[in-house]
Design a binder for this molecule. Structure first.
Ligand code: PLP
Length: 379
């Protein structure tokens, strides 16, 4: 009988490129190895030929890319005997922290903004047994409090300021290069705290580097002396493009935003924690930051679901909205290879999606005649 090797998560898959050793007890739920899907039907709306792939990170165990970082952060927390972890969250970090803490047998404390969290994410934190602390404030207030309390109490922060988070998240870039056989020309991501855009850049930089001193200045873990140079795509890195929601766009405004607002709650962040690193990514990669408004975000989310069968949450859709904008405006040359990260699953936020849906729900009597005519009337 043929048996394919069982996939056991990104730490096992990239052991030699991550800060662990043979004694490290790995806390994993099989995260990573997500599909890279080529966009087909939406291409007819563009007047230029480009290749667009979406990395469907919503298919991680708790439905977002946060799991890539959380497997590393919790593995390292356990290695240093932590009994509890803590995070501030717009939802997905708390969902992931709850699951990995449950798996590790420790406690997760999660601070979430009162009312501004999608239902699917809240329920995940609750069923995972996390202690949910709902604060009368936004993500940025939560983040400030988490940093203050972690100074005073024996809890490990698992937000993306924990450098192990980005070490785990960098593996998405490894998977993309392995599947495409090379890095893309452009990589588009939604930007909130800017941890993920930084993590991808670290990953791409390790693959491009042939010298440990020249990887990237954006890595808080190696601090300019990288242990993981790989050299599989020497000298070649994508331009990194970060998109923000207009009401929550500190990188576009050039300064912090005190009252961020957007329907894309996962990126409703006004004081990004990886501010300095993201500017380094911008400069080193030759990419840019730009914005989309909520209508453009929701239109892209709907388009992905209706025309490609891919359901992501609003924040994720901004990466495709950004690509469509930049292809149209001429910023992207003909024949470019583009990857968009779809950061989280659409089922995280069913309320927003149902409000947007125009799909017909036809109510009829339970008779053959009525069902048949409902079909014929809607062909
Ligand atoms: C966390 C998150 C983001 C933002 O990522 P950052 O690393 O904070 O920039 C975007 N989309 C989703 C779905 C998220 O959960």
């Amino acid at each position: 009988m043929n048996s394919r090797k069982r996939y056991t998560g990104l730490i096992d898959n990239y052991r030699h490129r991550l800060p662990i050793n043979n004694k490290t007890k790995v806390i994993s739920l099989g995260e990573g190895n997500t599909p890279l899907i080529k966009i087909r039907n939406i291409m007819s709306t563009l007047d230029k030929h480009v290749d667009i792939y979406v990395k469907y990170e919503g298919l991680n165990p708790t439905g977002s890319f946060k799991d890539r970082g959380m497997t590393m952060a919790v593995t390292k927390a356990i290695e240093s005997d932590a009994k509890a972890i803590i995070c501030a969250s717009t939802g997905n970090t708390s969902a992931s922290a709850a699951a990995y803490a449950a798996r590790a047998g420790i406690t997760a404390f999660v601070l979430i903004p009162d009312g501004k969290i999608a239902q699917g994410k809240l329920v995940q934190a609750m069923v995972g047994g996390a202690v949910v602390i709902q604060i009368k404030g936004n993500f940025d207030d939560g983040m400030r409090l988490v940093k203050e309390v972690a100074d005073k109490a024996p809890v490990t922060i698992v937000n993306s300021i924990n450098p192990f988070r980005l070490q785990g998240q960098k593996t998405a870039a490894f998977e993309i290069i392995e599947e495409l056989g090379k890095p893309p020309d452009f990589h588009y991501l939604p930007v909130g705290n800017a941890g993920n855009i930084t993590a991808h850049w670290i990953g791409y930089s390790e693959c491009a580097a042939t010298d440990s001193k020249q990887v990237t200045k954006a890595c808080a873990y190696c601090k300019g002396d990288c242990s993981y140079i790989d050299g599989s795509s020497p000298g070649v890195r994508p331009k990194m493009v970060g998109y923000q929601a207009s009401g929550s766009a500190p990188f576009i405004r050039g300064n912090m935003v005190d009252k961020p607002e957007t329907i894309a709650t996962a990126i409703r962040i006004g004081h990004p924690q990886s501010w300095d690193y993201a500017w380094i990514v911008d400069e080193e990669s030759g990419g840019w930051f730009d914005e989309c408004n909520d209508e453009e975000i929701l239109a892209a989310q709907k388009m992905l679901a209706e025309r490609e069968g891919i359901f992501c949450e609003p924040a994720s859709a901004i990466s495709l909205a950004g690509v469509l904008k930049d292809v149209e405006s001429g910023k992207i040359p003909e024949n470019s290879l583009i990857v968009c990260t779809l950061t989280g699953h659409g089922l995280k936020d069913p309320d927003t999606a149902i409000k947007q849906s125009t799909a017909p729900v036809v109510q009829v009597e339970a008779t053959l005649e009525k069902v048949k005519s409902a079909i014929l009337d809607n062909m």
